[in-house]
Design a protein around this ligand. Sequence first.
Ligand code: FEO
Length: 394
Amino acid sequence: MKPAIEIKENIYWLGENDRRTHLFENYWTLPKGVAYNSYLVVDEKVALIDTIEKSMMDNFIEKIQSILGERQIDYLVINHVEPDHSGAIKSILCRYPEITLVGNCKTFPILKNFYGEQSRIVEVKDGTTLNIGKRELTFYLVPMVHWPETMVTYLPDDGVLFSADIFGSFGTLDGGIFDDQLDLDYLEEEISRYYSNIVGKYGSPAHSALRKLSGLKIDMICPTHGPVWRSYISEIVAKYEKWSCYGSDPGVVVVFSSMYGHTEKMADTIAWYLAEEGVKKIRIHDTSKTHPSYIINDIFRYKGVIMGSCAYNSGIFPTMDTLLAELENMRVKDRYVSFFANMSWVGGAIPRFTEFAERMKWEVVAPNFEISGEMPASGQDTCRKIARAMAEKL
Ligand code: FEO
């Protein structure tokens, strides 16, 4: 295991890599694992900033003790109560019973629901400071990035921001922990997938948080997952600026559901004509094969979306319905869209697609294209028109 790592004088990273969990929040896939980061600030008082997932408690306590020995921890700052960061609280309270929990008015009701009533607490407000000796911790509330109680903790003299989920990433920290020690190309999709899957629904709160924090002098960003940012701070902040405004690149995601291959052929044909129209960034996804995590990530990334589904039991295909519901829940904004469908013998996909387009307020760039069974020869021209309409918009 990695030891505790001093990231600035008397400030330590205490994270753990998790390569065993398959699904984050029991839903989002983790092919490259995930890291849980916690931090310790040692001054006249000792402050632990967040904890980790409870299954890794033994290593975590060992790391704390390697720094503190028998010295006690004075404060546990709870930037975010989600159990991947608060899971170790009970064990920490057991080992350090004198510890005072630091949170805001939204923190403690949620904490009580998970871990029962706590007696030693300090409630902070936006901008509150807490002196721990030579250092002062400053707290900024960033509600809904990712839960209502979320806040960040800032050390002004060190220029260190403990940013909770903001600027986090899926993927373990293989080798080093800093952005300049890691292969960011390898982690790129995990960074964007973490944003789109976990933070993406909260674009507007994320944008507000960035505005609130923009005046701070920041030399190091310490999120609760993924790399510690010190050399590529402006790059990760620029990504968040773009993503939180639903910024996108010119490209098209063609996503389909198909039982016997006819709808897939339509998808392939449309993609071929997109290429003929000069679109380079084309991503085709089969909802039966690809987890929504990746499809959603590409839809966050690209401006154009072309969706097709066969009918299934008089409705839309179930995995497409799941994807649409996820996107509606996440309220992804400002995309161009077009739909195609295969009605088999009764249809059912187009009404759901229409409902989806209305809810999302996405601009529909071409008329719906619906066939029954094998695509007729005339369908080629319709596929070309859909591709051209989309390409002209990009
Ligand atoms: Fe990493 Fe919202 O918890």
